[in-house]
Ligand binder design. Structure first.
Ligand SMILES: [Zn+2]
Length: 355
């Protein structure tokens, strides 16, 4: 089926991501990506640019992770079933999937730099945003996007990188890695009180990184209109004023109303509108590359439909966005609170210091 996509979209996919098998009852199952890949074949066919993942090198992993921890992950190859954290079991081929998940993001980023596409979606597992430099957790082994950001800094001198995290959980791993520095601005919306119980409003960064961590905990009533309004106001302001040279998206879909882990009320269409908010404001700041990486999303059907809506939105032309913004009471309250907390830093609020 040929679709009219105005942006060229790459996708990273590989059957070896299905070889990470955390157990039959574990929510982070291979069926998640199977459903997504089946949808890609049925709905998009040849319209997307296939990007081959590669294994990350040790040097690349060490941009974020300690050699000891990398060694611990590698050792799990010897066991048919083991754990690196109570909620993060591994099968014998999990280490390989983890290496390729990081490398898939790096390959996607490199493809964008080489002009192969405007935007790329790395459809990988295991997810990454909870992984810490020296530890696994929350189903994550290596921090796929943190390594990608460090790589962009080290290899290509990127000085301003935005990481947007719309997974229903807070990406504590990403936050920790960049908490002290202004070169990576981390924005997360996440359900309050959920694992890993970080990402409070008051966590705003430290030292030179003050104001470059933006957390918005949301109540379980959080739905599409609230999300679109919040992203339009806050992520829109961040794009305009921070002017990132690279945009990374921790794209988890567990804020979906049907998700078994998240309790919030978003729909697949809503995630597409969040992607459109980013794409439509990107040209005004020089069209930086956009790389999305799959994080959570535990109902395979809802996940595949959400990814489909995001891919369709990524391919859309600009325009008409203002008409879809419905200001909700919750959305407005969240924006007000974020602006109140962040005004003194002036990183993305009006009258600040970054321009
Ligand atoms: Zn999640």
């Amino acid at each position: 089926m040929s679709r009219n996509l105005v942006h060229r979209i790459g996708v990273v996919r590989d059957e070896r991501y299905l070889e990470h098998k955390p157990g039959l009852t574990h929510p982070e199952s291979p069926q998640r990506l199977q459903a997504v890949y089946r949808m890609l074949d049925q709905e998009f066919g040849e319209d997307l640019i296939p990007i081959e993942p590669r294994a990350a090198t040790l040097e690349e992993l060490e941009l974020v992770h300690t050699p000891d921890y990398i060694e611990r992950v590698l050792k799990t190859a010897e066991a048919p079933f083991t754990h690196l954290a109570p909620d993060t079991p591994l099968s014998a081929k999990s280490y390989q999937a983890a290496w390729l998940a990081v490398g898939g993001c790096l390959a996607g980023y490199e493809a964008l730099r080489a002009g192969r596409g405007d935007v790329c979606f790395a459809l990988v597992r295991p997810p990454g945003h909870h992984a810490r430099p020296d530890g696994a957790g929350g189903f994550c082994l290596f921090n796929n996007l943190a390594v990608t950001a460090r790589y962009a800094q080290a290899r290509h001198g990127a000085r301003r990188i935005l990481i947007v995290d719309w997974d229903v959980h807070h990406g504590n791993g990403i936050q920790d890695v960049f908490y002290d520095e202004p070169g990576v601005l981390y924005f997360s919306s996440h359900q309050e009180g959920l694992y890993p119980d970080t990402g409070d409003w008051t966590e705003t960064g430290r030292g030179p990184g003050e104001g470059y961590t933006v957390n918005v905990p949301v109540p379980v009533s959080w739905g599409d209109h609230d999300a679109v309004h919040l992203y339009r106001e806050i992520v829109g302001s961040i794009l305009r004023r921070y002017r990132p040279q690279l945009i990374l998206v921790a794209a988890g879909f567990d804020a979906h109303i049907e998700d078994p882990l998240g309790r919030t009320k978003m729909t697949a269409v809503g995630f597409g509108r969040l992607a459109a908010q980013i794409m439509s404001r990107r040209e005004a700041i020089g069209s930086p590359p956009v790389l999305l990486a799959l994080e959570g999303g535990y109902g395979p059907r809802a996940l595949a439909e959400s990814v489909r809506q995001v891919l369709l939105a990524l391919g859309e032309p600009e325009g008409h966005l203002d008409q879809e913004d419905v200001q909700t009471g919750l959305g407005a309250d969240l924006v007000d609170r974020a602006v109140r907390i962040h005004a003194r830093f002036g990183v993305w609020t009006e009258g600040g210091k970054t321009e």
